[in-house]
Design a protein around this ligand. Structure first.
Ligand code: NPG
Length: 384
């Protein structure tokens, strides 16, 4: 067992009183379409949460997609649950630290992405007021993080190889390919031939069934870092069977909704690597707990991505600087996603992004862009 850095959930950070919650809905075009086994996206609709507190403001980004195709959550649903349940509960609570927020929201079942967005906004306000960065609060141990890039399903192999070549040239330290039945061995073989021994992994987003085990075993010859979430999220047992059958490490994403599931999946040998996404787990505090549990069990973790703007990316990069994040994350530079980012841009230097050091998220939301990119008027929720 290793000793992990404790999360600084109390100490000098003073609680804040939330006076209002604002919900902003924006849409940003992606620089190129992103196709997965669950659909194709050409732009990113984003729900942003801003909390106004007695100690200043804080921002959080909700990672839910427009439609419930990655998980059951989606933007309209998150908007609704925040407006009707989470924001009123937060406004009713006298004063809160970020570490209290999960308890305040405990009466709402699920809706982790919505909860994460609000908790992050409170954490941002709290840390801005106390002058501490997300990285310091989470227990970051490095000033910059190794970055990978996630490559969508392409219309053909030539297009795929051209896209991958660009990312290799840009300096990414790992390539991840989206796969599905009918788009797996061939693209993986072609990319492996192109990139030599640069780290390569694949992500199936639940597109396979147990009937594909023999087929998936053929991936073993490509020396992949891991295969991510081949089977449905609630089927841990299927992943145990695959892990026994193949040499490629199995990594869970969608299945890991918190520390309890993470420990269970590890103890059952369903996963030997874990993808950590704070939104999927209800917030960065739970994400740190999952990191700690994995580290205690010598299970490497890496930071997933959900096509975040610079706001969400700032928090992800801070998280990815924790000691157990030993594999490059889906924490790519701003220009991999957007022509213009919502905050200052994240720029890849030698395959790495710098961890923001300013208070809170360390980045500034460009409110003129929030206004310019709005797809509906902002909603203001105040105490009843
Ligand atoms: O770089 O942010 C990124 C995208 C990384 O592939 C990525 N995310 O399944 O992990 C995933 C996938 C995803 C994207 C999931 C969008 C849901 C929505």
């Amino acid at each position: 067992m290793t000793t992990t850095a404790p999360i600084h959930t109390s100490g000098s950070a003073l609680p804040v009183t939330v006076e209002a919650v604002e919900l902003h809905r924006i849409a940003m075009p992606l620089v190129r379409p992103f196709e997965t086994s669950f659909g194709r996206q050409t732009d990113r609709e984003v729900l942003l949460v801003r909390v106004l507190t007695d100690a200043g403001e804080g921002w959080g980004e909700c990672v839910a997609m427009s439609e419930p195709v990655y998980s059951s959550e989606y933007v309209d649903g998150c908007d609704d649950v925040i407006r009707h349940y989470l924001a009123p509960a937060l406004l009713d609570a006298a004063t809160v630290r970020a570490s209290d927020v999960a308890g305040v929201f405990g009466f709402v079942v699920g809706h982790r992405m919505a909860k994460a967005a609000v908790e992050t906004a409170v954490l941002d306000a709290q840390l801005r007021a106390s002058g501490q960065s997300f990285g310091e609060y989470f227990g970051a141990v490095r000033p910059e993080v190794d970055c990978g890039v996630s490559v969508g399903i392409s219309p053909d192999l030539d297009t795929l190889l051209e896209e991958v070549s660009g990312y290799v040239e840009a300096g990414y330290r790992r390539i991840k390919l989206k796969i599905k039945p009918g788009w797996d061995l061939e693209p993986v073989a072609a990319v492996r031939a192109l990139i030599g021994d640069l780290p390569l992994q694949v992500d199936a987003n639940t597109a396979y069934t147990l009937a594909h085990i023999d087929h998936l075993r053929e991936l073993d010859e490509f020396g992949l870092l891991l295969i991510e979430q081949p089977f449905p999220e609630d089927d841990i047992a299927a992943h145990v069977r695959l892990a026994r059958a193949i040499d490629t490490p199995v990594c869970l994403d969608e299945s890991i909704t918190g520390v309890g599931v993470a420990i269970d999946a590890i103890e059952r040998d369903a996963t030997s690597v874990v993808n950590i996404k704070a939104g999927r787990m209800g917030g960065y505090l739970e994400a740190v707990r999952v990191h700690d549990a994995c580290r205690d069990r010598d299970v490497p973790v890496w930071c997933g991505g959900m096509l975040e703007t610079g706001l969400g990316r700032a928090a992800n990069v801070a998280l990815a600087a924790l000691p157990g994040f030993t594999l490059p994350g889906d924490t790519s530079a701003s220009d991999r996603y957007f022509a213009e980012d919502l905050t200052e841009s994240f720029v890849l230097v030698d395959g790495r992004l710098a961890v923001p050091t300013g208070p809170g998220s360390g980045v500034t939301v460009r409110t003129e862009l929030v206004e310019a990119w709005a797809v509906r008027p902002a909603e203001f929720i105040t105490r009843a």
